[in-house]
Design a protein around this ligand. Structure first.
Ligand code: ATP
Length: 202
């Protein structure tokens, strides 16, 4: 799936609605220090389900909401929309019913985050699995933070293996396995309960 556009409103320094067109080939973002280049990459990771405030350079997730400036009051919510081309129907099932896939994440003060995929409410987990299946996502090695190369060089072999697994497109399978294991555990507990009830009846 190709990323086509990133739309932001109230996200960090992008208080006004901002539309970033991601054209074919390379897209470069240039600008003076502090103009918001890293905020744009963070918006991309955030809409793909990033749930660690620290990875957003904040203390809490609400820190991504525009905090106000001398001339403008703080906002009450932040919203990021990612538009992807799905004309080749590469999105996983459940997200694959249109030529375009639009993911929206909104965070509202004191309420938290909510996600939509093509207008329908979805869980954070669904979004994380969607991008993990597509070998991208908030933790994807395709998005390289400042200082990340040095971290990689010094990383332990297990962390490097995670990067290879991501590149091989199998990290989505791990997340699905985890969900399946949780369901299995729940079912085992229910079976034990049924056994107890049967014993009492017998
Ligand atoms: P550099 O080139 O120095 O790495 P940059 O272009 O990547 O800079 P960012 O780090 O993306 O810039 O942007 C930092 C700016 O975003 C700062 O001016 C900071 O005050 C502003 N900012 C971050 N969070 C918020 C927020 N919640 N509300 C308002 N402004 C914010």
């Amino acid at each position: 799936m190709r990323f086509n556009r990133l739309k932001l409103t109230g996200f960090k320094s992008f208080v006004d609605p901002t539309d970033l067109i991601i054209a074919d080939g390379l897209t470069g973002i240039v600008g003076p220090n502090g103009c918001g280049k890293s905020n744009l990459l963070e918006a991309l990771r955030w809409v793909m389900g990033e749930n660690r405030p620290k990875a957003m350079r904040g203390g809490g997730m609400e820190d991504v909401i525009f905090a106000g400036a001398s001339s403008r009051p703080a906002r009450n919510f932040a919203e990021v929309t990612l538009l992807m081309d799905n004309s080749e129907r590469l999105a996983p099932s459940g997200f694959n019913d249109a030529d375009q896939l639009e993911i929206v994440r909104r965070i509202t003060r004191d309420v938290g985050s909510a996600y939509k995929a093509n207008g329908k409410d979805v869980r954070a987990r669904d979004i994380q699995i969607l991008f993990a299946d597509a070998s991208t996502g908030a933790h994807s090695p395709a998005l390289v933070r400042q200082g990340q190369i040095a971290e990689l060089i010094n990383a332990k072999p297990t962390s490097r293996r995670r990067i290879l697994e991501e590149a091989a497109g199998i990290s989505g399978l791990y997340q699905r396995r985890h969900e399946a294991e949780l369901k299995l555990k729940g079912t085992e507990t229910n079976l034990t309960r049924v056994d107890d009830v049967l014993e009492q009846l017998g």
